[in-house]
Design a protein around this ligand. Structure first.
Ligand SMILES: Nc1nc2c(ncn2[C@@H]2O[C@H](COP(=O)(O)OP(=O)(O)OP(=O)(O)O)[C@@H](O)[C@H]2O)c(=O)[nH]1
Length: 319
């Protein structure tokens, strides 16, 4: 079993990359999802086909802790269990956006043996639209992720000029001279690149011991999660997302979720000051999570509860 870690800060595009990798390579993957927060949104979204023909991966969720520190042992036990039970050709690991990559590699190298469990060179995604801003507050985490990667990819860069990639590569090479930084968005890379991604091993003896991530280094973020999400219509959702991206009190770094609206299921993503709304597959339940700092939790909970009441009234009127 080969292990490929896909790291990157909150909202950098890890899940989107994994979806693309499934489609481009046509392979069947098992994915370990470790989300920041106590509900998993990515797991169900990765399982959703969303009109794509590719076979969705099998998801193994690890919530309520971070695999680079508090869940270290649970994580290595899960990897061993997956190797011994499912034994897939490829295990993809998506750590939470605030996980440090160094300690994850250090932990995994201890359970690598022969061909049974092999590490591949990890990927780190860096969000072109937001990373310069994020570097102000989360530099330690973002540079750790890029410093330990074999491949560093600039996401959300589809319309960028080559010069942007050249400048980005020289910035990354200052932290990690050995990393490979493609000079275009990953969607444009040839089949040979995707093949190399799934074949290039990381020598475990080259992984340096990583100290325990102490709490001072970890991004200090709050999370609020909701299940049974009710939003009556798209204008209300747009208005909520507009408010979330321009809070007077505190700052939302990431928000995401999915919920039913009439006969359809809708998903939304907020990354800093941008948001996206799309249709998705029918899900078993609805979920959402807000991640940020300095948040007025009571005010945000009141806002969602008020929206749910309106949605319920609308439902009553239509039945
Ligand atoms: N245009 C564009 N949008 C992207 C790209 N990658 C991600 N996005 C968008 O960015 C948002 C977050 O993407 P995700 O793939 O969920 O990011 P993530 O890193 O898995 O997020 P977390 O797990 O919550 O940290 C979504 O709205 C995506 O559609 C990209 O390469 N190009």
């Amino acid at each position: 079993m080969k292990i490929l870690i896909i790291s990157g800060f909150l909202g950098a595009g890890k899940t989107t990359f994994i979806k693309s990798m499934v489609k481009k390579t046509g392979r069947q993957f098992v994915v370990v999802e470790n989300e920041f927060g106590d509900v998993s949104v990515d797991g169900p979204l990765l399982s959703a086909r969303e009109q794509q023909e590719a076979q969705p991966p099998t998801i193994w969720e690890l919530t309520e802790g971070c695999i680079c520190c508090s869940m270290k042992l649970d994580f290595s036990n899960s990897v061993m269990t997956i190797a011994n039970s499912l034994n897939p050709d490829y295990l993809i690991v998506e750590p939470s956006g605030v996980a440090f990559l160094g300690p994850i590699l250090d932990n995994l190298k201890k359970i690598c043996y022969g061909e049974a469990i092999q590490l591949l060179k990890p990927v780190t995604l860096v969000d072109y639209q937001h990373y310069k801003n994020s570097m102000v507050d989360y530099k330690d985490c973002i540079t750790d992720q890029a410093s330990h990667a074999g491949w560093v990819l600039l996401s959300k860069s589809e319309s960028c000029h080559k010069d942007v990639f050249t400048e980005f590569a020289s910035e990354v090479h200052a932290w990690n001279p050995a990393s490979s930084v493609p000079d275009c968005h990953y969607e444009m890379l040839p089949r040979s690149w995707w093949k190399a991604l799934l074949e290039t091993p990381l020598d475990p003896s080259s992984v340096e011991p990583a100290p325990q991530v102490n709490e001072d280094r970890r991004p200090k973020l709050q999370q609020i999660s909701f299940t049974d999400v009710k939003i009556p219509d798209i204008p209300t959702l747009v208005s909520i997302l507009g408010r979330l991206t321009s809070l007077i009190e505190g700052k939302i770094i990431r928000a995401k979720g999915f919920f039913p609206m009439g006969d359809e299921w809708i998903r939304f993503d907020v990354v800093e000051n941008t948001y996206e709304i799309r249709a998705t597959d029918v899900m078993d339940d609805s979920r959402m999570i807000l991640i940020g700092r300095g948040l007025n939790v009571q005010q945000l909970e009141d806002m969602w509860n008020a929206t749910a009441v309106v949605a319920e009234e609308d439902e009553d009127e239509t039945t």
